[in-house]
Design a protein around this ligand. Sequence first.
Ligand code: PXG
Length: 461
Amino acid sequence: MSPIPERSTAEWQALDAAHYLHPFTDSRALAARGTRVVTRAEGVYLYDSEGHRILDGMSGLWCVALGYGRPELAEAAYRQMQQLPYYNSFFQCANPPAIELAAKLAELTPPQFNHVFFSGSGSEANDTFVRLARRYWMLRGEPERQVIISRWNGYHGSTMAGASLGGMKAMHAQGGLPIPGIVHINQPYWFERGGNLDPAEFGLQAARELEAKIIEIGPERVAAFIGEPVQGAGGVIIPPETYWPEVQRILDRYGILFGSDEVICGFGRTGRWFGCEHFGTRPDFLTLAKAITSGYQPLGALMVSDRVAEVFIEKGGEFAHGYTYSGHPVAAAVALANLEIMQKEGVVDRVRNDLAPYFSTRWGELAAHPLVGEARSLGLLGALELVPRKPSREFFPERGSVGTRARDISIRNGLVMRAVWDTLIVAPPLVITRNEIDELLTKAVTSLDQLHADLRRDGWL
Ligand code: PXG
């Protein structure tokens, strides 16, 4: 068996430019610049083909909760590949890791969840959500209930249904989306949209857009609502405390199903196992992916509440939906090993009781920086709003260009931060230490100082 060849960075970049279409990437710009080739990783650090060591402030892409290089996860995959590398879950079959994982997820998720449908990704799990929510109302004898409400600037994936649920206008514009029967309301983004309202008032106002939309459509036509507890890809938008309780009240009032997309918030990111537990909501569906395996294997899952599952099981007949990799034994074995480590090592409790309070204090210090209009955090999620003039909440002109510069400077300084327009965000591995949080902060400050000097030099400030 030949190993993956060792090549120079230039050779890899040339092959990449010749053959590889990357997600969410301008291929021409990337070919001109050359892709960064990440060759290995350990703990919270990435190493690229040029030998740079970079603190991964984004956990890969919000997923590597346990950090890199955990031998237990590699061993779980290896063992399962030897025992049974694949078999399908169609045609009345199952495999032991998938069955065990279903039971483990029922144990870890809130009490209303005892059933799961497996997929290969978060996007696919959200497609399953659309199918199940609509089918539920058909089975209940209310087939006109088909509309699903979600939020502008939410992110729910890249499949046709996932991108439709998402509220990314650029994605809609490129795909003829949304698909029929999906409508959007505004997001609870106080920094951008709060005007003169205080956050609590604004949170109520944003939630009540849901009620207005339900009345506009007609409650008898609305199947479900879906939202991320904290919008991740949209810019770590942490809603005011008043928001989710009011959304829950409205959904209860009209009997509408509730999907909590926990692809980012799930498995400890907020300091609770699931974001809905932090905000005290009672969803009917949880979309899971990413940290379910710490990213070591692709896996998604949709948890289905008892009240929905009962209807399916009793009246459903065959549910005409499924993926080749639903219940993949290797992914399931890795997920089980990952969740076992999380439980044994008390990872979620440590985030809640130790790391999150420490991170919140240190991250909050960044609010004093002249470029930072707001520094917000929850659990191990952090965001900085970059602004030209404090305390105004106005953004820079040419929105996004300053954020991209900040991100590039930060990576040069050995820290992966992600820019969403001019919002800088981080979501480090849940196993990060206090010392590593200090290093993250030092690199962030150095990068902000450099950006400040550059913007002054270029006449932006
Ligand atoms: N829901 C949420 C809340 C997500 O964050 C998905 C669904 C889709 O999962 P899959 O596994 O199909 O990618 C996601 C994915 C970013 C970024 O730029 C975020 C995601 C994916 C790609 C980029 O922050 N989140």
